[in-house]
Design a protein around this ligand. Structure first.
Ligand SMILES: C[S@@+](CC[C@H](N)C(=O)[O-])C[C@H]1O[C@@H](n2cnc3c(N)ncnc32)[C@H](O)[C@@H]1O
Length: 326
């Protein structure tokens, strides 16, 4: 941001989507769905971004239609979300709140569906027993993200939890081959002159590694990224792409009851999945719809190219490779 004498202006490289509703394109406003009271059919909500209160809206949906739920609820912190002030609650109150949304969402999932639930470490303390009482807990992913306010009397929080849950203990989708991570090989090992578990290309030596539950290859969206919006807790498309590719198939439907700026919906669309999103803020819904419309002509996901997830800070390398191919 810089000062132009009268107001702060954005630098030309700042791609943040942060228009206000008065300046939202008409085509965006027209695509924001709102529901009249009463039951709705799947056809009426598929691939829609709905502006409303999930605790009302989800009740109107048919049962057993979602193959994957990505749930990023307000964490148990004081936080301002355009028009909604979420207040820190006691552990018991946050657990009741969690059980309330689970009771709404669970009947909407297919019997082989998966869920991912986001939390910071403090929220997880309250969340975990409630999740375990309602679903099979498959894993807890630690996302190491480069943001967090430093504190003089404590360690800075630089991670988030992503709980991986399934409806059925055994029957669920997990496409491990689609979420391998491509790493540059530092010490290439050969056996009988042959590369062992890595391959050589004009751009260098690489290994596609099995994905673990520790993710340090994804940064939060920032101002020079096309996906960045003014939402205070937006999740990166690269992160959501991993979850969607691993735990759903093309044509499946992804449900997000706390959709924010639409990150999961946009990523689902780019990966040929259907989606339904609900967000209480009309402004955030508008930013999401704007991104959904942009995805009609740009399906790229930063950090995921040619079906491969790349390490952080390999953008230049990826561009070089693309150039060579082109
Ligand atoms: C942690 S943020 C989700 C951010 C989102 N994953 C993204 O990438 O933009 C939680 C969102 O839930 C919304 N929210 C909170 N309570 C809600 C409710 N009852 N119904 C619909 N949306 C709600 C907030 O406005 C906020 O945008």
């Amino acid at each position: 941001m810089k000062w132009d004498g009268e107001r702060m202006t954005k630098s030309a490289r700042n791609k943040t989507i942060d228009f206000d509703l008065d300046h939202a394109p008409q085509a965006v406003l027209e695509q924001i769905a709102t529901l009249q009271p009463g039951p709705v059919s799947l056809a009426a909500i598929r691939d829609r971004s709905i502006n409303g209160d999930s605790f009302q809206v989800v009740r109107q949906f048919p049962d057993r239609f979602a193959d994957l739920a990505l749930v990023d609820p307000p964490y148990n912190l004081d936080k301002r979300y355009d028009g909604l002030n979420f207040k820190h609650q006691s552990t018991g109150e946050y657990q009741e709140y969690t059980q309330r949304w689970i009771d709404l969402i669970k009947p909407k999932l297919t019997p082989t569906a998966s869920l991912y639930v986001f939390a910071d470490w403090q929220t997880s303390v309250a969340l975990a027993p409630v999740l375990a009482a309602n679903f099979t807990v498959k894993n807890r992913i630690t996302w190491q993200r480069e943001k967090g306010r430093g504190a003089k009397g404590n360690w800075k929080n630089g991670m988030e939890d992503i709980w991986f849950l399934t409806m059925d203990e055994r029957e669920y989708t997990f496409n491990v081959d689609q979420v391998k991570q491509r790493r540059q090989v530092i010490a290439p090992y050969r056996e009988n002159g042959q590369a062992k578990d890595w391959h050589e290309s004009a751009a260098g030596r690489f290994r596609d590694t099995m994905p673990s539950n520790f993710w340090d290859d994804i940064s939060i969206p920032y101002w020079s990224m096309a996906e960045n919006t003014g939402h205070p807790t937006q999740k990166p498309e690269k992160l959501l792409a991993k979850l969607i590719l691993a735990s759903s198939n093309p044509g499946d439907l992804v449900l997000d009851p706390f959709a924010g700026a639409g990150s999961s919906l946009v990523t689902a669309k780019k990966l040929d999945r259907h989606f339904v999103g609900i967000e209480q803020s009309r402004l955030y819904t508008a930013w999401g719809v704007y991104r959904l419309q942009a995805a009609d002509h740009d399906r790229s996901i930063q950090g995921y190219t040619d079906g491969v997830f790349w390490e952080r800070n390999t953008g230049a390398l990826q561009r070089r490779l693309n150039k060579k191919k082109g």
